[in-house]
Design a protein around this ligand. Structure first.
Ligand code: CA
Ligand code: CA
Ligand code: CA
Length: 149
C-alpha cells in the first residue's frame, strides 16, 4: 500500500497534463509539456493509444485495492499527487479544479461518485478529441496554436 502510493506520486510527475499547465509551463514550443508528458515513444506525436495506455498505468497506481474502481478515498491521494506535482512545477492554482481532465467529476461518466477503469479510459477519448484541434488523429505542436506553422 505504501509503495503503491509512492509509485503513484512518481507517476503523477507525468501528469502535468491540463491544458492550462501545458501552456503556462511550455515556454517555447506550444504544447511541449503536454506532448512530453504523454508521448511514450518520443516521436513528437501523442496518439489516443498512448494516452489510454498511460492513463491505464496511472489508474493502476492509484487503485490501491485493485478493484478496478477509483473511489472517493482513492481519489484523495490522486488529487493530492496532482496538486503536489503542480506545486513542484510552480504552476499556479488556477487549473487545480476547473478544466482538469483528471478530476473525479470529469471522469465519473455515470455519476455514481466513483470512477471505473472503463470510465477513466473512455474519458481519454473526449480529452484527446478536445486536444486534437485539427482532427488528424494525433496531438502534435500543430494542435497548440499556429505560431510555429
Ligand atoms: Ca479501488
Ligand atoms: Ca462512475
Ligand atoms: Ca492533431
Amino acid at each position: 500500500m505504501k509503495t503503491k502510493i509512492i509509485s503513484a506520486i512518481i507517476i503523477s510527475s507525468l501528469l502535468a497534463t491540463s491544458p492550462i499547465s501545458a501552456l503556462a509551463a511550455g515556454g517555447g514550443v506550444p504544447g511541449q509539456n503536454f506532448i512530453n508528458s504523454w508521448d511514450e515513444n518520443e516521436d513528437g506525436r501523442v496518439t489516443l493509444a498512448e494516452m489510454q495506455e498511460k492513463r491505464g498505468n496511472i489508474f493502476l497506481s492509484f487503485d490501491s485495492d485493485d478493484n478496478g474502481i477509483l473511489d472517493a478515498d482513492e481519489y484523495i491521494y490522486f488529487d493530492e499527487a496532482r496538486a503536489n506535482d503542480m506545486a513542484n512545477k510552480n504552476i499556479g492554482q488556477t487549473n487545480k479544479k476547473a478544466g482538469s481532465p483528471m478530476t473525479l467529476e470529469a471522469n465519473d461518466l455515470d455519476g455514481d461518485g466513483q470512477v471505473s477503469r472503463e470510465e477513466f479510459l473512455e474519458n481519454a477519448k473526449s480529452f484527446f478529441e478536445q486536444k486534437d484541434t485539427n482532427g488528424d488523429g494525433e496531438i502534435t505542436a500543430n494542435d497548440f496554436g499556429n505560431s510555429y506553422n
